[in-house]
Design a protein around this ligand. Structure first.
Ligand SMILES: [Zn+2]
Length: 237
């Protein structure tokens, strides 16, 4: 049994007991007892890659910009938008595991060969204010489900950035440029899967990916629970 196994068992047991004391409510409609009731689950439509020209175009663009692949489970609307919002702002930490389970299929569908799963880190101040990093709450259980190493400490924010909300794409890229730093030689030669909750302009992901590439990562993939579906229409790169 490796370290991740017993940590995950403790983690699961903890959340199970929390769920017993405070039963979850459906993220879509509030129905008691489950995170996704059957009806709301039915309304979730995972993004089908490879069947949509826009997605293919974005993939090429992403590849040129330091990713090999940038994928999301679903668009940032409806039930999934509510789920991400709840994970991020309402302290509903047990939801991370539920969302991790959902995005397994996206990893498998892409046939990625991954050495290490890494949550996109928050700045020290933001993490302290929120009390947790929502990306970790997804990445940790995901690494367990997929039996892939978990590396929360291989990259960190070296620059405290302001929130991306309300910024144009250009400002977003400037804001996070050089914001990440890889620790030692921990990424060298590795295929890294970066995990975050939402992909909006892609600025944060790309900045983190660039830092990993600069530190010798062999490949960088990115996966988020949701991605903005209207961002490209409003702004240009
Ligand atoms: Zn529901």
């Amino acid at each position: 049994m490796d370290l991740t196994d017993w940590r995950f068992k403790l983690y699961s047991r903890f959340w199970k007991s929390i769920d017993n004391i405070f039963p979850p409510a459906c993220v879509g409609c509030g129905k008691a007892g489950v995170y996704f009731c059957d009806e709301c689950e039915h309304n979730v439509s995972p993004i089908q890659y490879g069947q949509n020209e826009l997605e293919e175009g974005e993939y090429d663009e992403a590849e040129r910009n330091s990713f090999y692949s940038a994928r999301a489970f679903a668009y940032h609307n409806g039930v999934m938008k509510k789920a991400v919002h709840r994970l991020k702002y309402k302290n509903d930490l047990g939801l991370g595991k539920v969302l991790a389970k959902k995005i397994i299929k996206t990893v498998e569908d892409n046939n990625w060969i991954i050495d290490i799963i890494v949550p996109v880190p928050l700045g020290k101040k933001r993490r302290k204010d929120r009390g947790y990093n929502q990306a970790e709450l997804i990445a940790f259980p995901l690494s367990h489900f997929l039996r892939i190493n978990y590396g929360p400490n291989i990259i960190r924010r070296c620059k405290e950035t302001r929130t991306q909300i309300g910024l144009t794409v250009k400002e977003r890229f400037e804001n996070v440029n050089g914001a990440f730093e890889v620790i030692g030689g921990s990424a060298k030669g590795k295929a890294v899967l970066l995990i975050d909750d939402v992909y909006t302009s892609g600025a944060t992901m790309r900045s983190a990916a660039q830092a990993l590439k600069d530190a010798g990562a062999r490949r960088v993939y990115s996966l988020t629970v949701t991605r903005a579906n209207d961002f490209y229409a409003q702004e240009i790169w």
